[in-house]
Write a protein that binds this ligand. Sequence first.
Ligand code: SF4
Length: 1350
Amino acid sequence: MPLTPSVTAVARVAYLSSAVVVDTPSEFSSYWKSLPQSSLHATALISCTAPCSPALIRLLPHLPELSNRPIVVHVAARGDLADALILRAAVPYFIHSSNAQQAHDNALLASRLARIEGKAVVHVFHVGEMDDEVEEVSEEKVKPFLFAEKHIRTPSKAVGRAQSPILSRPQSPIRRPYSPSPVRPYSPTPKYANGHANGLVNGLANGHSRKGSDVDGRHSPRPMTPTTPMFTVPVDPTTAGLLEGYESAALATLALVRRSQRALTQHAHTDPHTVIFGFCRTSLGFGIDGVAYVDVSLLSPLPSSRILGAIRPSVRHVIVLEQVEKWTTKWTPFFLDIVNVLQHRDPEDRPSVRSAYLGDTSGLQSEDVATFLEAISTSKPSSSYTKILSHLFADRLEISNSPSLVPFQGELATNPEFSLGRIRGALEERAELIKAVQELLHDSKLPPETHSLFSRWILVKDDFMRSAQIEGEIISALQSGIDHPVAARISSLREHFRVKSRWIIGSDAWSHDLGASGLHHAIASGLNLNVLILDTLPYTTRNTLDPSRRKHDIGLYAMNHGDVYVASVAVYSSYAQVLQALIEADKFDGPSVVLAYLPYTADDTATLDLLKETKLAVDSGYWPLYRWDPSKEAAGKEPFSLDSDAVKNDLQAFLDRQNHLSQLVQLVTSLGETVKAERKKRAQQAYAELLSGIDAPPLLILYASDGGAAEKKAKRLAGRAQARRLSTTIATMDTMDMMPAQRRHSDWCKPLAKLKYSDLDAKLAVLGGERFAELGLGDDQDADGPDTGYKAWEPLIWKALGVESFEVHEAEPEPITNEHIKAASSYLRGTIAEGLEDTSTGALAASDTQLTKFHGIYQQDDRDIREEREAQGVEPAYAFMIRVRLPGGVCTPAQWLAMDQIADEHGSGNFKLTTRQTFQFHGIIKKHLKPSIQAINRVLLDTLAACGDERSLLCDPIIIQTACQVYAFAKGVSEHLMPRTTAYHEIWLDKKLVGGEALKDFEPLYGEFYLPRKFKIAVAVPPTNDVDVFANDVGFIAIVNESGELAGFNVTAGGGMGVTHGNKKTYPRTGSVLGFVTPEQGTIVAEKIMLVQRDNGNRADRKNARLNPPVFIRSNIDDFGWQTGEDGKHHFTCFIENGRVQDEPGRDFKTALREIAKIHKGEFRLTANQHLIISNITTADYLISRLDNLDFTGLRLSSSACVAFPTCGLAMAESERYLPLLIDKVEKICEENGLRNDSIVMRMTGCPNGCARPYVAEVAFVGKAPGTYLMLLGGGYYGQRLNKIYRESVTEPEILAILRPMIKRYALERLDGERFGDFVIRAGYISPTTEGKAWYEGMGGEGPYREIVA
Ligand code: SF4
């Protein structure tokens, strides 16, 4: 490939300035080949040259080490800068050149900067064009330039320069001399600029065609005035020093090349309303009124004060335009930096900030920029759908009523009738083109090659891909001239050779009057067009609409036409379904209507609110997801696909009438059944009222119970009240509307988390409660537990209700416990099989739900819509969670594909990789339970004993030589401890016992009572402990002998994570090391410990234990990225945030993993931190792979959350949906303090059951009530030490207020290699937890950080 002037110039500078040049195959390579190897220069500078490619990520682990060495990495980019930008966080200097001359000058600047400052510099430039011009510095000047003294510029030397307000701050700390820290290494991404690094001598021609000014105001037509507000940015000395170094090098470069090098260059307007920050190839100096442009050359250290200076008070919009396309997080670091800088502005005065991607800039005109600005100023969340359309159909997308047409065609252009006219015209023109081509083909004198070309097009004219391939050839043939009368006509219609995807986009306002809006005409036109209607009404405000303005159901209206494709979609419910519907609509030959739900009220509506509103609407049946494709009927297929399990009554009626969906109808609760249930409820209510009138006052018992103890007590009290003929109702507290005018969660439950019993009592009095018995107090710490207090209190109730003398003759029924249920279940059968047949409810019998856990199935209901459904008088939205048994977390690609399919066909469209190293499906309705289990069994997996008193087994997803031995051991233990019941096969797989009823099940290990609680086992392979071996009932820590063979295990026992809030008898515990066992002894030891737990006996194996030397464990998080095993195979650990495998806009992980599974020949290994290892990749595949989703902060990579809302029945607060949002904020604090890449283990659970093992995290949050958490600190980094309660109740602002100074201190004061969990103990925030029993000792913090805890 010929070298462009940019590449040649940069390569030449690297060659002239370096002692060593390291090249990876790149644009540079041919330059190096032409040079003698020996003539490099003794400058101690090392230069690397590389292309901008995903391979750069391999440099990342080494850069922090190299950051204090004189190294320059020159990266040559073609288009997307994302791969290069990844390096930014790891080096002190990151410089960008947007044109060839700048690439030459910045290459010199970077070389001097690296040599003089002794720091690593990444210089990214664009490869450019062959005709670029570069004025090169002569060879003899390079060495003196590199070795000249460091030039410290002082403000007084700046000639004729208008002073920036920031410069004039008298106490600016950056005026202190810079002294690099002798101890601490470079800390990446310094966030605060100093406001001092103020540029260059002014007034020199820059040699560029564009005219610009430094953002300090140099060259500015209008200098800053005394009235310009003063903005200040906090300054840190390290950044100040780095900027000073840059300025010095820039000054030296200016003296050498006589062209100024600026960190930021501003163009155009002096009082702009919009500023565009460009990090891209093109300089956008277009003269558009009110718009200023800032080209960014220095990205690290970011000159924050100058950025702030560029955003003048008149600016209302800031746009960050980057040539960064494939970025894995929502926002790029530069965008976040700009947002961060703006935090220093008065909130009233802050402009809005938008981010945009700049693609191919060749031929960019000022009109394009104006169109872009218009689009961005009108862009709303609704662009979610238009973005998908652009993504799917790219340049064949035609939005016929696009606002961009308004300047040319007037306001009318957005009217549907007008767009319909445009489409009709375009289709007629295409028909005319086809006719003209056919006429041409009938001419027998046509040259054969022309005939062949047009015939090929006629054959594929409706296939967008193939017709597009021929289009180019046809147009060149037309341009070179075809001698035929219709050729001119064909040429004038050439834009129609390609198949367009034509869309009209409208709002639900069109549905008020279908005729007047023109929608009817579009639907009835029969034309091949697509209509996308956005409905933005949030579900919770649907009843506030003016009833006289009733909306028509456009979907039903269109379906009744019979020849219209109709789909109802919601991007925040199912992204995959949106894609499918849009593709189907485009393919359908006729009108298509896609109804798209996007419940937003303002541009800044929070994503979580969009999610919740969408979920409520979809799950309640208000917004059913479906696709109706009449063309399928002709092919003998079912035209209707229901993509959500709820369906509206109207739609139901339509479907019934069409008689297409007899099977589907059974899936949903019919109207008749709802009425029956409602009648039954009313009758029960009337009966209860009758009873209360006859006997005694009604008694309502409310309870709040997180661990089930209060619930048991409440039920017992209810039973005793009923035995005394009291009409008794029992309910949880949050089902009661104590304050009807307000919502329950926010005003009742949430404060409860912070309330003590006395506050609650007082609150009831305030609400008008009348005391009929004294308050009773049971103390958990009494010898008899709370019973001591309870027994004294209960008689007071009977007395107050006048039933104290009532004799209860019949023995009070003992509450039914799980043990009773298990014993009576006939080895876990119960009445599950009958329950599955019962279509009158979506639930199973309560006792069966205790048994299905042993089958790997949990009954749940959607907590998001529980209240809503209760208000509607329908049963909760029951659905089931299925957990697969996957010992060691290893599966084949075929098994992965099956899981992917099960999630789509039976579940919620996504699935979770759990902390128990397995797959978990949510949202499986009763009808789909059996098919799901059967599908799992078809790929040789099962779910038996995956939940319940589980014997689930974790195993480090190891990739070392001993992998097979350890995995075989783990699998063997799991198989050995499996229950032997055949109920599973009978119920789910329709297999009968060979001996019929005569043969009874027998459980040699468990008996008919099974285990008293869950039993968890883990196998760890040092030095990693990602399974948190100490958190398990039994742990095996592998010992490998000198020859790499598995020698045996150190065994731990007694770990556990279950806690009940406020009950000090419960505490987490890390397992104690018992001794050493060989692999052969391991299985039997696990069995014996399990039996000890079963029988509550003594632990017997201790005497013979022989402890091996302690093993070294270094972390309990995953090693992300590439690793190569001893056998030369490669393994990639992917980051799957909180284990949720799903497709999201821009992050199609589920699809990507499915595609990988289709070609992968190794295994998938699930980690106990909910991530995934794509394992055993051959070298050939490794070389072509593009797995690189790892640009996350150390904090995010070390985080983990349990599922919690909306599916977990025990959740008290959000976890999986909230932790990523909290991390967004905490990682900002980390980044501000230079800790972007430092791992801090942060975990969150929705309740104290501890599924994500929060008690061994360095910092953890355990849900207490919506938005309120217990905060724990001081856990060991590799799970060896429990943390401790630091605050009993914190909300997000409190969490951030606590963590901000703590993280800052950690950054400044930590010892070499000291972990956050250890630091908070040494710094005196909290005392260490020495053992589980001492967990409550010292809770609430230490010394000045102590908060009094009751
Ligand atoms: S820890 Fe999380 S997933 Fe586990 S029971 Fe509690 S809320 Fe549910």
